[in-house]
Design a protein around this ligand. Structure first.
Ligand SMILES: Nc1ncnc2c1ncn2[C@@H]1O[C@H](COP(=O)(O)OP(=O)(O)OP(=O)(O)O)[C@@H](O)[C@H]1O
Ligand SMILES: [Zn+2]
Ligand SMILES: [Zn+2]
Length: 806
């Protein structure tokens, strides 16, 4: 038997299956979707078996070393999905497979040093020889780390054939096992044994009595550690096992990040709008019919309840459901809503989990121990075998697009998988992406509308404040008079306020007031950001940091000043203006520690603070009854980004943030501060008017030839030398021009808004197209051409339907 194996090196030249012979004894074991270790070149690598066959066109085949998995880690469906992903996002097959598996399953390659010629080594480098003889299993990385001076001497010895390096492949994924103890015989037999024991065996008697007392003895078991913690003797347990009275076994332990008791919730009586939306979804589940629903519901309209009741239906059919939620709204609050309804049947996957925890959640899915997964983007690859429903909440969120290889969009993957499984997809949002709403307009998706909040609660009233006018009137604070007044009012009424500041565009940069010099990163074409806590300037792209200069590096004046507004600065100003207010600040700096996000939100929920001040991470999903005021400090900070989606993002953000106010009994108010109060994105958001925004934005996109009227492909190149990258970009542009049809347009090469990152110069080409069958093949050729001649240090990346254009 022969296996086709993809080697886990994500590079184009090896992006093809290699044939390996399956050794006797493994023929019954190896299946497609399993990982194997194989000899490859002079090393050993992990690989994925994709196919079995009887014959190979190659004569001399190497043999598989070992099999890593008991069961395939990739189902047949996921293997095919990998193929599709590789084709449509232009990545290697192995990169696609790796994206589908938890990180813990990546192989860990270790280099073991072996002495081949001990005598000769002793003669030529006695010091090295004696060092290596003392270390058991010397690992290259360890030796080099602790004795950097040895690395050159080892290299020399290797070239002389005195030493060799052996590649070890280690599987990092390990299930945690715990020992459980149970009775090995009947209650009667235990009682008899107990009666016959001598008085001196008191410790053993205690253990036996404990077991005899258990009412459900035949199924009773508990971790040995728990027994010992309760004061029983480990030694006594061992003796009883030797006597055949007790029994122990290794049980898989699942690290459960949500161990807390969850209060059970029950289905709510639906509003008429909710039932109207739910009915067609249930029909589609019932009839095993693939359809895509776009559930457009204003904030607080009860979309989540629709998701919950759809899932319930799926579980009743013994099928499974995937729920995607953007990483930043995957809060404990959100998770509890699903765990509350479905309890143990829910697995959760997000980046806050440790590697081990992620692996355990993944195993629960694969082993059929759960029916539902709630997770961020990559949960779309959950290895369920009988998918009955995929839900994507906040479907407009750009984080559903992966920026790294493979550059997939979770929505596309969802629709692809749902077609395979013949099940529905529900896309939900208060502010659908233009792409999705346009598809609903063309009846490609089925539109479900929820226009009212649950229980007739009104949407909050919104006021726009013109910040230019405030300036003219001499108010230089980040708070307009009216917003400050309203915050004071809430403090008096003991109600809560949420203040939102967009992180991007308004970070603090440092400028010289006398000559205009802005301090920029020496490696990237971008201004450095001031971090007050450490008094440092940092680059948000490459991590470079330097001390805040006392004088201007250009003119030496001491007029260096901070510009822009960060959350820290707003917090300081709040403390000055409203010293009595208790403020919680949530941004990347205060939420870095694991669990701190949850902790801060809980504090706010328990009303230990009056004001929650934060960035993007507070825009979504928060549902606190006492919040009656939301302030958007600078609504247009996103508008000026060089991105054709700037208006759409602004509209979405204002709508989402406003939606946090007045969701319960108390009515809500929103104040939007803006330098461009006349912009349609600001006005339409203030009026809760999605349709008006949609119409106007579609018209602009149509005129400019942007999505959803055209598709985009972005080809980016980088090189340490500007001339080299310019030359390559010219080549790419001409290949595109020569091979694509007339109806497609090629733009560039151009230098993007950020022209240098990490000492590498950047160039881009862009293709706009409607239907272009030649595109994928041409792009594929371009990738191959430049990657195979990759020695010259050029990096090229291709992003189809990019969400970030900078
Ligand atoms: N049928 C119902 N009867 C009573 N309360 C409901 C009903 N449906 C939902 N709710 C409650 O209304 C509130 C808002 O619902 P939910 O959070 O599901 O809205 P949403 O549309 O998901 O909002 P957002 O998009 O702002 O997150 C929740 O507290 C929820 O428990
Ligand atoms: Zn200066
Ligand atoms: Zn930098």
């Amino acid at each position: 038997m022969i296996a086709e194996v993809y080697i886990d090196i994500p590079a184009n030249p090896v992006n093809k299956p290699f044939d390996y012979r399956i050794p006797e004894g493994l023929e019954e074991v190896v299946e497609p979707g399993m990982r194997v270790t194989v000899p490859f070149g002079r090393t050993r690598r992990l690989g994925f078996v994709t196919k079995l066959k009887n014959e190979s066109s190659f004569k001399q085949l190497k043999t598989i070393d070992s099999v890593e998995d008991h069961h395939p880690v990739l189902t047949q469906e996921l293997l095919e999905l990998g193929d599709w992903l590789a084709r449509t996002t232009l990545c290697t097959r192995v990169a696609a497979f790796q994206a589908m598996l938890p990180a813990a399953m990546k192989a860990d390659y270790k280099k073991l040093i072996e002495v081949e010629q001990p005598d000769q080594l002793q003669a030529s480098d006695p010091e090295l020889a004696s060092f290596l003889s003392k270390v058991k299993n010397p690992m290259w990385s360890e030796v080099v780390k602790h004795h950097p001076k040895l690395s050159n001497r080892m290299k020399r010895a290797i070239s002389q054939g005195l030493l060799s390096i052996h590649q070890l492949v280690q599987n990092q994924a390990r299930a945690k096992k715990v020992i459980h103890v149970s009775a090995a015989v009947s209650r009667e037999q235990l009682e008899n044994a107990c009666a016959q024991m001598t008085a001196r065996a008191i410790r053993q008697k205690e253990v036996l009595q404990f077991f005899v007392q258990q009412s459900d003895l035949s199924s009773f078991q508990l971790p040995l550690a728990d027994l010992v913690n309760q004061g029983f003797s480990r030694d006594a347990v061992n003796k009883l096992e030797e006597k055949g009275l007790l029994h122990d076994e290794q049980v898989d332990h699942y690290r459960d990040p949500f161990l807390k008791k969850v209060e059970k919730t029950y289905p709510l009586d639906l509003t008429s709008e909710q039932s109207e939306a739910l009915t067609p979804i249930l029909e589609s589940i019932e009839h095993e019919e693939h359809r895509v629903f776009l559930c457009h519901g204003v904030t607080g309209s009860g979309k989540t309840e629709i998701y919950l009741q759809s899932i319930q239906h799926v579980i009743a059919q013994s099928k499974q459901a995937i729920v995607l939620v953007p990483e930043i709204s995957l809060t404990p609050q959100m998770v509890l809503r699903f765990k509350g309804r479905f309890g143990e049947q829910v697995a959760v996957m997000h980046s806050g989990l440790s590697r081990g925890e992620k692996y355990d959640e993944w195993r629960k899915i694969r082993e059929g121990k759960v029916q539902v997964v709630v997770g961020a983007r990559s949960a779309i690859f959950a290895p369920f075998k009988h998918l009955g429903l995929i839900i994507i909440d906040e479907e407009h969120e750009s984080s559903y697009k992966q920026e790294d290889i493979p550059r997939y969009h979770a929505r596309d993957v969802a629709i692809h998988r749902a077609k395979t499984h013949q099940c529905p997809v529900v896309l939900g949002s208060a502010t659908p992406s233009l792409e999705s709403f346009a598809r609903a307009g063309k009846h490609v998706y089925t539109l479900l509308s929820l226009k009212k909040r649950v229980n007739q609660r009104p949407l909050p009233s919104v006021e726009i404040v013109d910040l230019r006018e405030e300036m003219r009137e001499g108010n230089h604070s980040v708070f307009s008079k009216i917003l400050l007044e309203k915050i004071r009012d809430r403090l008096e009424k003991k109600e809560q306020t949420v203040l939102f500041l967009n992180r991007r565009g308004y970070s603090t940069f440092v400028m010289c007031r006398s000559c205009g010099t802005v301090v920029t990163c020496p490696h990237c074409d971008i201004s450095l950001t001031y971090h007050r806590a450490q008094h440092l300037l940092k680059c948000h792209y490459c991590g470079y940091e330097q001390k805040m200069p006392d004088t201007c590096p250009t003119c030496a004046s001491d007029a260096m000043r901070f510009f822009g507004t960060g959350t820290q600065k707003v917090e300081a100003e709040l403390n000055r203006l409203l010293p009595e207010a208790r403020v919680i600040r949530m941004d990347v700096d205060t939420t870095r520690k694991k669990g701190s996000h949850e902790h801060l939100l809980r504090q706010f929920g328990e009303e230990q603070a009056d004001i929650l001040l934060g960035t993007q991470m507070i825009a979504k999903g928060l549902d606190f009854p006492k919040v009656t005021l939301v302030g958007v400090l600078a609504a247009d900070s996103l508008l000026h980004l060089p991105d054709f989606r700037a208006s759409e993002k602004t509209f979405q953000l204002i709508t989402q943030v406003s939606g946090r106010a007045g969701r319960h009994a108390l009515p809500g108010e929103v104040v939007i501060q803006s330098y461009t109060p006349d912009h349609y994105a600001v006005i339409d958001a203030a009026h809760h008017d999605y349709e008006a925004f949609y119409q106007q934005e579609m018209e602009l996109r149509h005129r400019a030839g942007y999505p959803p009227f055209y598709y985009l492909a972005l080809i980016s190149m980088t090189h340490p030398e500007p001339a080299k990258v310019a030359e390559a970009a010219e080549r790419v542009a001409s290949i595109l021009n020569n091979n694509l049809s007339q109806s497609s347009q090629v733009y560039g090469p151009v230098v993007p808004a950020i022209s240098k990152i990490n000492d590498r110069y950047r160039y881009q080409c862009m293709v706009k197209y409607k239907r272009e069958p030649a595109l994928l093949p041409v792009l594929h050729k371009i990738l191959q051409h430049f990657q195979e001649s990759g020695k010259n240090n050029l990096q090229i990346s291709i992003d189809l339907n990019p969400v970030v254009l900078m």
